[in-house]
Each structure stands twice: as C-alpha cells, then as structure tokens.
Design a protein around this ligand. Structure first.
Ligand SMILES: [Zn+2]
Length: 464
C-alpha cells in the first residue's frame, strides 16, 4: 500500500544555471507551441487532430535531435503527455455535454517539465537534470531537505512560479504501519467541522475534542488585504490607462505585487497543512480510524455580500479538505464527506434545532446542554455518520494553533494589533512614559519662525 505525495523545493542556482533552466522551460513552451501549430494546420486541412501520446511522440522523434535546444526527449515528451491529457479531458467533458470545455490552444512562454525515475539523479540536495546528449551536465541545488528518502522519489518537475524556479518532487510513500493493537480502528469515528475561526474542530469518542485555531491565518488574510489596498492606493495615480503601455516602474510594481501575493498564498497553504497534520496526529493517538468531515461547499455559492464572499474565498475550503484527505490516506485513516447542513444549529445532546448562536458557546433551551459551538457541530456530524457517539460535553479539549510561522503569531513590525513589548514578556508593556524632552531650539530656527509669524500677521489683518 503506497500513496503518492509531492513536495516543492526552491532552487539555489548560479546565474548561468538559471539561464539554462529557463532556456529548458522556454524549449518546453516551444514544444507546446509546435503541437498547437501542428494541430492548427491539420484542422485547416480538415484532418483529425493528433492528440494521442504515441502519435505525438512519433512526430517528436521525426523532428530529430537538437530541435528544441538543450531539452532532452524525456522532458519534451512530458509536455506531449500534458497536451494529450488536457486534450482528452476536454474531449471527455464535451462528450458529457459541457460546451464550455475548451481544447488546449493557448501558447505559454514557459512550460513545466517532468522527468521520471531513471532520468534524473537526486543525491541529498543535489539534483541532476537531464539535458540533451552532448551538453554539459546540469547539477542544481535544492534549498531544503526533502521529507522523503531518495529511493522513494518517482519524478521531478521543473517549473517557474512568480519569479522563482521550483522543483516538485513526487515520491511513493508507504501507508503508515502500526504495531498490533495501536492501529486506527475504523469503528472509532470522529466528526470534523470546518470553519474559519477554527479550521478544524474535531469531536471524537469519549467526549474528546480538538480545536485548531485559525486566528493567525485570518490575521494574515486581513494584513494581506490591508497591504494590498495600501499598495494600490500608493500607485493609483501612476497606473496606466487601459490600452496604455506600462512603464518600467509599473512593471516593477506589478512584480513586487505578484511576489507578495505568492508569499501570502504559500503562508496560508503551509498553515493549513500544519493544521491538518495536527488533526491526523490527534486521531492516530486516539486510534480514530474514520473521520466524518462536514462538507459545506453546497452553501458557498450563495451570494452573501461583499465581505462575506471575501471571507469564504479566503477560507480555501477545498484545500482544507484535500490536505486532510491526503494526510488521512497516508496514515491509514478513512475520510468520509458528510452533508453538514444544519449541524451548527443542532443540539448534539437532544438533536433539536436551535437558533445558531452568534458567539462560540452553544446553549440548548430544551435540555440545558452547553458546549463549544464548533465542537457541538462536529459531534452532530459524527452522529449523522452513524458513529454511535454519545455527544457529551467534551471531557478533554485539546487546543492547537495553526500557522506558528505567520507574522500574526510572533511580534512583527507589520502586526497592528496590541501586544506585549517583547517576546519574553507576558504582561502589559506598562504605562506610557512621557516623551523625552525636546532638544533646545537653535537660535536661527527661532528667528525664522518669528519672522514668518510677523510677515503673516499684517496680511491676515489686511484681508479683514
Ligand atoms: Zn438539547
């Protein structure tokens, strides 16, 4: 039993290596463009398009070596594979009646390239990328250690994203094995409620609960929004009109903007992965073998106003679910999606509908049950899945925080919220001290100010 997992690493490269890698990606784009053009010609001649991988490979072989610069045939074939997959996926969707599905037809300057096992060498952080025969070898250095052993790595993908070169490393990871008596038990069900304040609220058997706080992620979203607005305000006057060519300064501004957006996306992604890992660790420690996850995606398409729409977009619910699903799979835990409609306004003890509480505490007027709103929702989800849990007031709630690396957590200069004056201090920073006395004014400065005041006074009188 194995699962495939992908990790991304940045590349530390010299200027010459960067040039060569970018040239490879450009060659990948050339292969893509060549296929598009080939099929455009065939279409004009009313021939059938070439879409199968084998046929495209035959065309590539016929083009001879050296057509696409330093790109070797394996890297070029990965572009053909991508084209073929995209073409058949579109054809499938069109057969099913989706008229908006489009065949690939847009050119791209840089195309990601993939090499499979046996066509690259990975030793420690050093990666040898395959190039065409006769070219000097291309060794590059990854900027971090990979979470997988070298022998499990199955493919590497070279790509360019927002000004940087990256490598996606895909590995075959065996599903976790447990000693006898410690493996997850499929009959132990935990309900998972997905939220914004708590990305994951988990209610397990025996009244055990886990709350992962997402306040740091929310703060990151807010600060990002503030920064973005401030940047937009600062450059609004210099923005080119529609149809006008942007200046070099404008290009630099757009680049900085894209970098900031990409950093923000990476931060949120990382925090959500950490949160999912916390949930899986908690479930493994309690031998929970089934996670019933409430899927709220049915309600997300409802128009709910500008602010709420922004909030649900920031939530990235699909990523929360896939991150949890992938990690559950690798840990040997099964994950089931459950309709979560109404679970946040249902009493988990007597199962009656009650008005959704505004705060975090749910109180049932019928049976006097009081508990955490998100945990109660999670308990109701588990009950809906038929886990046979008696939802009780959680006996032991574990609190965890997602995004330990986010700037809202440790004191940072961008964080506008009030906080203690240094990292080690726990109390208040104390009362405000008076400002230090101003340095004595220079004689000349006082002369200038008095002269100015003399000159303005008569004017003022003359007006009236
Ligand atoms: Zn009740």
């Amino acid at each position: 039993m194995v699962v495939h997992r992908t990790a991304r690493a940045g590349l530390s490269v010299t200027r010459a290596q960067r040039r060569r890698l970018l040239a490879l990606l450009v060659s990948g784009g050339d292969v893509w463009a060549a296929v598009l053009e080939l099929n455009a010609w065939r279409r004009a001649r009313q021939d059938l398009p070439l879409a199968s991988y084998q046929e495209l490979c035959r065309e590539l072989a016929a083009s001879g070596s050296g057509t696409f610069g330093e790109l070797d045939s394996v890297g070029a074939r990965s572009v053909l594979r991508r084209y073929s997959d995209a073409w058949f996926a579109a054809a499938q969707r069109r057969r099913e009646g989706d008229r908006s599905a489009r065949f690939p037809r847009r050119r791209r300057a840089l195309m990601p390239l993939r090499w499979y096992h046996g066509h690259f060498t990975l030793t420690g952080r050093m990666l040898r990328i395959a190039v065409a025969r006769g070219r000097p070898p291309l060794w590059v250095r990854l900027n971090r250690d990979l979470p997988y052993p070298e022998e499990q790595v199955r493919s590497v993908t070279l790509l360019y994203d927002v000004g940087r070169l990256w490598v996606d490393i895909t590995a075959e990871v065996p599903v976790a094995c447990y000693p006898a008596g410690q493996e997850p038990d499929p009959d132990l069900v935990a309900g998972v409620d997905l939220g914004i304040i708590h990305p994951y609220a988990v209610a397990g058997p025996d009244g055990q609960g886990l709350l992962v706080s997402g306040r740091a992620i929310r703060a990151e979203h807010r600060m990002q929004l503030t920064d973005r607005k401030a940047r937009a305000r600062a450059v609004a006057r210099r923005a080119p009109k529609p149809g006008q060519k942007g200046s070099r300064r404008w290009r630099h501004y757009r680049r900085r903007q894209r970098l900031a957006e990409a950093r923000h996306r990476r931060r949120v992604r990382q925090a959500q992965h950490e949160a999912a890992r916390t949930v899986i660790g908690w479930a493994v420690a309690r031998r929970v073998g089934t996670l019933a996850v409430g899927d709220p995606r049915g309600v997300l398409n409802l128009e709910a106003g500008r602010r709420h729409n922004q909030r649900t977009r920031d939530w990235r619910i699909g990523h929360l679910i896939t991150a949890l699903k992938d990690k559950a799979e690798a840990a040997g835990i099964s994950l089931q999606l459950v309709d979560e409609r109404g679970t946040s306004s249902t009493c988990p003890a007597c199962a009656t509908r009650i008005p959704k509480p505004a705060g975090r505490v749910l109180t049932c007027p019928g049976c006097q049950f009081t508990g955490h709103r998100d945990l109660s929702a999670a308990a109701s989800i588990a009950a809906r899945f038929g886990g046979g849990i008696t939802p009780v007031i959680p006996a032991g709630v574990t609190h965890r925080r997602a995004g330990a690396h986010l700037p809202g957590v440790a004191p940072s200069r961008r964080d506008p919220r009030r906080r203690a004056h240094d990292r080690s201090a726990r109390g208040s920073p104390g009362r405000h001290r008076p400002a230090p006395p101003a340095p004595p004014r220079l004689a000349r400065e006082s002369l200038v100010t008095s002269a100015r005041s003399l000159s303005t006074v008569p004017k003022y009188r003359r007006v009236h």
